[in-house]
Design a protein around this ligand. Sequence first.
Ligand SMILES: O=P(O)(O)OC[C@H](O)CO
Length: 213
Amino acid sequence: MTSTDATAAGQGRAGVWNLPNVLTMIRIALVPFFVWFLVADAPGLHSTSGPWRWAAVAAFAVAIYTDKLDGDIARSRNLVTDFGKIADPIADKLLIGSALVMLSLLGELPWWATVVILVREWGITALRFFVIRYGVIPASRGGKLKTVVQTAAIFLYLLPLGAFAPWMSLVAFAVMMAAVAITLWTGVEYVVEALRLRARGKRQAGTEGREQA
Ligand SMILES: O=P(O)(O)OC[C@H](O)CO
């Protein structure tokens, strides 16, 4: 969804307890299970690539599916809410953040990639709250693409197929680098959007102040 679409959609009066928002909450609830499965697979933080790892892959896949589903339902049934516009990216960040931290803890992903992505993700979340009095910054098309590429990269990292296909780790790394690049680029776009929103809000407040005087 673009910012413009979202600004319009944000006027929707759908309640918080609608299906897309419940799916978003289910996604958040799946995160501890996902982490627990990864830990259960890796005594002493050494992955055994056993059934618990596959359970983690499945939990991640289900969580990602709820992300697609809630967006589709929200748009098709006009159930876009301001709560959803804030909670949906937060749910994504919790899932993706926990996956990245766990992969780094397991020694499978360089910490720098995790840190770069997390700083951008939570920085933009904080920015959304800083400018919320001027309006909501919803996920942009680039933000959605970034989440898809991050998800694909994490999925490739999670799949315990290294023993059968050693080239998989190269592919996973290449996709993760693409994810890092798009993450940074869209971060810059959101900063520009936040500055515009703030400037517009201040201009409007100035005009209203003059009209009342
Ligand atoms: O890049 P953000 O912060 O807008 O997040 C995008 C969402 O995760 C897409 O669902």
